[in-house]
Design a protein around this ligand. Structure first.
Ligand code: NAP
Ligand code: GLV
Length: 311
C-alpha cells in the first residue's frame, strides 16, 4: 500500500518530510501526487494544510494523519472523507516549543519588556513597577497537549496559574476551572490571558468584546491557538481604549497577516508569524510512523480526533 504526503509546503520542506518519514517507515512507498494508477493504492494520507479536494475519492483510504496539531482546517473541509479515522499530531517536542513561546510572552508582559521596547523607540528612560511572579494571574484557556504543558512551565516560574477546559482537569498547582459559567469570574482575576483552545463551533470568536471587557484594566492577551478565536476589531478597540495593555499574536484570521493590517504598526501588538510551535519532522515523523505501524498491525490508532467534539 502507499502513503500520500499532501501539504502546502515547499518542495524542499516536502523533501525533508519524505526523508524523515522514509527513515521512520522503511519499506513504505510514499507519493506526493495522485493519479488514476496510484489512487487505489493509497491507504494513508499524511497531511499539513492540504489543498481542498486532496483527499477526495481515495477508495482505499484508512487513515488521515495530520502533521499539524490543529485540525480545524480538515474538519471544515467537506471534501475530507468523514468516515476515515483522523489522527492529529501530538508531539511532546511541539508542546516544549509552545511552552517556550508562552514563557517568553509572559515574562515580557510581566516584566514590562514590551513597554521598554516602546520607550526605546521614543528615547524615553521609563521606570516601571516591578511585580513578583506570584502577583501575576495567568489564565490558560485550554488544558490539552499545549495548554497543560504551558501551565506547568508557568507554575515552575512562580506565576499564579489558572486553567480552563471543557472537562474537569487536575494539574499540580494550577487552579483548574470548567465550562462557560466559570469563565467570567476567572477572567476577572487574570492579568495575562493565554489562548490554547482548539478552533471549534463553540470557541470561534470566543475572545470578543465581552470576554475582553471581563478582564481587569491593564490585562494582556497572548493568542497562540487560531486567529478566528479572536474578534480582531474588538481586540483593536480594547487596545485603543487602553483597557488592554498589550497583545502577543501568533495567529490571525487571515494568514499571512495582510501587509495593510492595523496589527503590524500597532504599538501595543507584537506580531509573530504563526511559529509558536512548529512541527519538527525529526520527532513528528516518529509519531506519524507509530500510527501507520498500528494500522498495519491492526492495533488501536493514537490521537484520534473526536469529530463530534471538533478536536
Ligand atoms: P488539545 O490537546 O485538543 O486541547 C484542547 C483543550 O481545549 C482541552 O483542554 C479542551 O478541554 C479544551 N477545550 C476545547 N473546547 C473547549 C470549550 N468549548 N470550552 C473549554 N475548554 C475547551 O489541543 P492542543 O494540541 O493543546 O492545541 C491547542 C491549540 O493550539 C489548537 O488551537 C491548535 O491548533 C493550536 N496550536 C498552535 C500552534 C502554533 O504554532 N501557533 C502549534 C500547535 C497547536 P478538555 O480537556 O475538557 O477536552
Ligand atoms: C500549528 O498551528 C499546528 O496546529 O500544528
Amino acid at each position: 500500500m502507499t502513503v500520500l504526503l499532501a501539504t502546502d509546503a515547499s518542495a524542499e520542506e516536502n523533501h525533508t518530510w519524505l526523508r524523515a518519514l522514509s527513515q521512520a517507515l522503511p519499506g513504505e512507498r510514499f507519493v506526493t501526487s495522485r493519479n488514476a494508477a496510484v489512487d487505489p493504492e493509497i491507504d494513508v494520507a499524511m497531511v499539513a494544510n492540504p489543498a481542498s479536494g486532496s483527499l477526495a475519492g481515495l477508495p482505499s483510504l484508512r487513515l488521515i494523519q495530520s502533521l499539524w496539531a490543529g485540525v480545524n482546517g480538515l474538519l471544515n473541509d467537506a471534501s475530507v472523507p468523514a468516515d476515515v479515522p483522523l489522527a492529529r499530531m501530538v508531539d511532546p517536542a511541539m508542546a516544549d516549543a509552545m511552552a517556550q513561546t508562552a514563557l517568553w510572552a509572559v515574562l515580557s508582559l510581566h516584566r514590562g519588556f514590551y513597554t521598554c521596547a516602546r520607550d526605546q523607540r521614543e528615547h524615553r528612560w521609563g521606570m516601571h513597577e516591578q511585580r513578583r511572579a506570584d502577583e501575576v494571574g495567568v489564565t490558560v484557556l485550554g488544558l490539552g497537549q499545549m495548554g497543560s504543558r504551558v501551565a506547568r512551565s508557568l507554575v515552575r516560574e512562580g506565576y499564579r496559574v489558572a486553567g480552563w477546559s471543557q472537562r474537569a482537569r487536575s494539574i499540580d498547582s494550577v487552579h483548574c476551572h470548567v465550562g462557560a459559567a466559570a469563565l467570567p469570574s476567572l477572567l476577572a482575576q487574570t492579568q495575562i490571558l493565554i489562548n490554547l483552545l482548539p478552533l471549534t463551533p463553540a470557541t470561534v470568536g470566543l475572545i470578543d468584546m465581552h470576554t475582553l471587557a471581563a478582564l481587569p484594566r491593564g490585562a494582556s492577551l497572548v493568542n497562540l491557538a487560531r486567529g478566528a478565536h479572536v474578534v480582531e476589531a474588538d481586540l483593536l478597540a480594547a487596545l485603543d481604549s487602553g483597557h488592554l495593555e498589550h497583545a502577543v499574536l501568533d495567529v490571525f484570521a487571515i494568514e499571512p497577516l495582510p501587509v495593510e493590517h492595523a496589527f503590524w504598526d500597532h504599538a501595543r501588538v507584537t506580531v509573530l508569524p504563526h511559529f509558536a510551535a512548529q512541527t519538527d519532522p525529526r520527532s513528528a515523523a516518529q509519531v506519524a510512523a507509530a500510527n501507520v505501524r498500528a494500522l498495519r498491525e491492526g492495533r488501536a490508532l493514537a490521537h484520534l480526533v473526536d469529530r463530534q467534539r471538533g478536536y
